[in-house]
Design a binder for this molecule. Structure first.
Ligand code: ADP
Length: 191
């Protein structure tokens, strides 16, 4: 049975770092919709042209576009044994779409790892990353908007997954290795 884990948390929570580490350990791909979209932007595809200004403002790319992109990625051979979702789902319609996609192959989400980090820590981390990486959406305004959108559209997913008995909360306000140890423990108990 393939293992599908969702990494969930505010921007800057470290979910991408943790998903990438666990992907190496488990030998399944990390599927980051943010990375996939940035790739479209850099290749100048139609999707990339649509997504670029939306991403730069800190808003969400429309559900149907992101879901179609995710569906294509899931069909690739390396995802046959499972995947770690990083940055998807971000809205309730995306969560429902993912459930439908996985159910169509007789599987489902094993667990949702909520990487919990307080707001004041988040803002500091993202602005520091902006200095290091120069991501186009790491400006102060875009960061503020991403946090607002996160609270409004994405954070409510915690209740959805809690009701489904899938939510596992991990204290993300610790060193990368300590968080990774908890993530590994949860993943091995749930897969
Ligand atoms: P972060 O979690 O640090 O904000 P990501 O790399 O996950 O960064 O996402 C960057 C941007 O890409 C988002 O602000 C949004 O515009 C777009 N994006 C990524 N994933 C999704 C998604 N699942 N649905 C809609 N937009 C998305």
């Amino acid at each position: 049975m393939p293992v599908y884990l969702v990494f969930f948390g505010p921007p800057g929570s470290g979910k991408g770092t943790q998903a990438s580490r666990l992907a190496n350990t488990l030998g399944v791909p990390q599927i980051s919709t943010g990375d996939l979209l940035r790739d479209h932007v850099s290749r100048g595809t139609e999707l990339g042209k649509t997504a670029k200004p939306i991403m730069e403002s800190g808003a969400l790319v429309p559900d149907d576009l992101v879901t179609a992109m995710l569906k294509d990625r899931l069909l690739m051979e390396d995802a046959a044994g499972g995947a770690l979702f990083d940055g998807y789902p971000r809205t309730l319609p995306q969560a429902e779409a993912l459930e439908g996609l996985l159910a169509s192959t007789g599987s489902g989400i094993s667990a949702v790892l909520f990487i919990d980090v307080p707001d004041e820590v988040i803002t500091g981390r993202i602005l520091k990353r902006a200095e290091l990486e120069g991501r186009a959406d790491d400006t102060q305004d875009a960061v503020r908007e991403r946090l607002r959108v996160y609270r409004e559209k994405t954070a409510p997913l915690a209740r959805h997954y809690e009701a489904a008995g899938l939510l596992v909360t991990i204290d993300g306000n610790r060193g990368v290795d300590e968080v990774a140890e908890d993530v590994r423990r949860v993943a091995s108990g749930r897969s």
